[in-house]
Design a binder for this molecule. Structure first.
Ligand code: GLY
Length: 344
């Protein structure tokens, strides 16, 4: 057998599909490993995560970091430094990560650093703190071996920014990835970039369950394009854009961060799962809570949650139609699933 085939067969042999463990007081079969992520751009992200998850001792924590790094490294994608700038023309990045032991780390308003998710992990693992922001986060990153990248916008972001400057309106568009499909440019991460320079949510959240049965999650974003300078969304806020409780499940979100922060969204979904709700139902209850605040306003923004529980069951729910998420249970089998929504 040639090397590649023998490698593949070894890797696949190490992938258990189902095992049975007692959880929440009952014995239930567990599907693992598994990774789910926001949007259809999650497919290659999940593949990167599976490079870790396919190994028997591969940790969900390493998997979600690798998945997030993968998309941060795509210079034409809006999640990392290639993303849309704030209204003063600077790209500022937010990220958070959480493991199976309630350890968590986050950075926000970080400039010039390519992999904010790894800086967040460094904060988690090497400091007594959870959250570093702005200049302090940048200084911490540089001190820890991260390189400062040139302060220039990607070609696409520059074009979008120039176009935006003509009107200078702050008007987030819901359902970016699907509704404006026709305006998309070519490329694997095209859904994040539009000919007309319109806004998008620029967020990649992913949560994973490894072969040992442990959960972790990561969330990374350049935030809302053309935001006020200094604005931070839900993604780096533990409990809002990301939450993991290894006894229950892991949740992350995409969409208009301000709305997610208002209800401490990801933590709320985990708490609903703790009460015994299935992942989709838990996401739905959180979305209903959010819509109830102002149903008319909710028609005009998008928020979607994705949730994975300790059994490897997953689900998602959004405010408006158009949100999708990606699920992968073995290398190469990623599928995109349409999320049900409150408004039809
Ligand atoms: N959900 C990403 C943000 O609002 O920044």
């Amino acid at each position: 057998m040639n090397n590649r085939r023998s490698f593949l067969s070894k890797a696949l042999l190490s992938l258990p599909v189902l095992s049975s463990v007692p959880l929440f007081g009952q014995k239930k079969q567990v599907r693992k490993p598994i990774v789910i992520s926001t949007w259809d751009s999650g497919i290659p992200v999940n593949e990167a995560a599976f490079e870790v998850l396919k190994h028997k001792d591969g940790r969900a924590l390493d998997a979600v970091e690798q998945g997030a790094r993968h998309i941060e490294n795509q210079i034409n994608c809006c999640v990392g430094l290639g993303g849309n700038p704030d209204r003063d023309g600077y790209v500022t990045l937010d990220a958070s990560i959480m493991d199976d032991k309630m350890n968590c780390g986050a950075v926000a308003f970080l400039e010039d650093i390519k992999n904010p998710i790894s800086v967040a992990r460094k904060v988690m693992e090497t400091t007594p703190h959870v959250f570093l922001v702005g200049e302090g986060a940048r200084a911490f990153a540089l001190k820890n071996g991260f390189k400062a990248e040139p302060k220039e916008l990607s070609k696409e972001a520059e074009k979008a920014y120039k176009k935006w400057l003509k009107k200078s309106e702050y008007k987030p568009v819901k359902n970016i990835e699907l509704e404006q499909n026709k305006a998309l440019k070519n490329g694997p991460f095209a859904p994040n970039r539009f000919e007309d320079g319109s806004f998008n949510h620029d967020t990649m959240g992913l949560v994973a369950l490894d072969q040992a049965g442990n959960l972790s999650g990561a969330c990374t974003t350049s935030g809302m394009g053309f935001k006020l300078r200094g604005r931070v969304g839900d993604s780096p806020i533990i409990g809002a854009g990301l939450y993991v409780d290894n006894e229950v499940g892991a949740v992350t979100s995409s969409g208009q961060g301000e709305e997610v922060i208002r209800i401490a969204g990801s933590h709320l979904v985990v708490e609903f799962m703790r009460q015994g709700k299935a992942p989709e139902e838990a996401c739905r209850l959180a979305i209903e809570r959010l819509v109830k605040i102002n149903p008319e306003k909710a028609r005009d923004f998008q928020v979607g949650f994705i949730a994975l529980n300790k059994y490897g069951e997953y689900g998602s729910y959004a405010v408006n139609p158009g949100f999708v998420f990606s699920v992968t249970t073995e290398p190469g089998n990623g599928k995109v699933i349409e999320t049900p929504s409150y408004f039809k």
